[in-house]
Design a binder for this molecule. Structure first.
Ligand code: SAM
Length: 251
């Protein structure tokens, strides 16, 4: 108690924490005890989509003020968040699924907060901490059984410019390559992979494609084979061209 008071005297303002919290990628039970505790004790929860996060909070009986932060948020929202931290409020940052910052707007927000509160962070008045947990990236690699001592993660591929070049790079990569894909593009992507990878030639050891779909959800599925085999599978099962996908290409 005395130490706490001394700490206040030494540093003046109250210390605040921004907790970057990983949340489930489907199954709402995939959340750590620490994450639940941090969500329940935060003053405000920053969410990509407040409706998505509300489902998680309801499932765990947490009632909290939420504030949205997404790719189209105005700069004024960043100042508001920075101001909360300056005033000693404890914030939690979550994305719609998985680890904030991995191919979602979280990294941009953390970057801006680090820039704006450089001094406060250095002097210990503001702490940015990680509360790790699920990510579609690591979940997919863990279930695929492919070499991943080192790998290249591409996030979402560009829709047009640079897309073809990336497929060429993937086909020449000595490392396993992982990227996220949407249901609208997955078949087109598999066509491009078939075109570029050696799976459509007589090569003795073609590159292997692994599609991880709907991980941790009811229709979780892992499909593995040459690009041609995997593409044929999804063409033959159009009902499976839905949900969320991670694509892995390994040598
Ligand atoms: N930050 C998140 C993470 O750590 O996994 C990723 C956010 S990114 C905007 C969303 C993409 O992740 C989806 O389009 C999909 O490619 C992938 N993803 C998320 N949940 C998934 C799941 N349950 N199964 C397969 N892929 C998933």
């Amino acid at each position: 108690m005395i130490i706490g008071n001394l700490h206040h005297l030494c540093y003046g303002a109250r210390m605040s924490t921004l907790s970057i919290i990983a949340t489930p990628i489907g199954n709402l039970e995939d959340i750590t005890l620490r994450a639940l505790k941090a969500l329940a004790t935060a003053d405000i929860i920053l969410c990509e989509d407040t409706r998505v996060t509300k489902k998680l909070l309801d499932r765990h009986g947490i009632k909290k003020q939420t504030l949205s932060y997404h790719a189209h948020s105005k700069l004024s929202r960043v100042w508001e968040i920075v101001d909360y931290l300056k005033k000693g409020r404890n914030l939690a940052l979550v994305s719609d699924a998985g680890t904030p910052g991995i191919s979602d707007p979280g990294s941009e927000l953390v970057k801006k907060i680090r820039q704006e509160l450089e001094n406060e962070i250095r002097t210990g008045k503001v702490k940015i901490e990680t509360i790790p947990g699920p990510s579609a990236l690591t979940s997919a690699l863990s279930v695929a059984g492919v070499p991943c001592a080192d790998f290249t993660f591409l996030g979402f591929l560009p829709h047009k410019k640079g897309r073809e070049t990336l497929f060429k790079e993937i086909s020449q990569s000595v490392r396993t390559v992982v990227f996220y894909e949407s249901p609208h593009r997955i078949v087109k992507t598999l066509e491009s992979l078939e075109e570029h990878l050696n799976g459509n030639t007589d090569d003795a050891s073609p590159q292997i494609v692994t599609i991880c779909r709907e991980l941790t959800k009811i229709f979780e599925e892992v499909v593995q084979g040459t690009a041609k085999e995997v593409k044929n599978y999804f063409e033959e099962h159009p009902d499976k061209v839905r949900g969320e996908f991670v694509v892995i290409v390994s040598g």
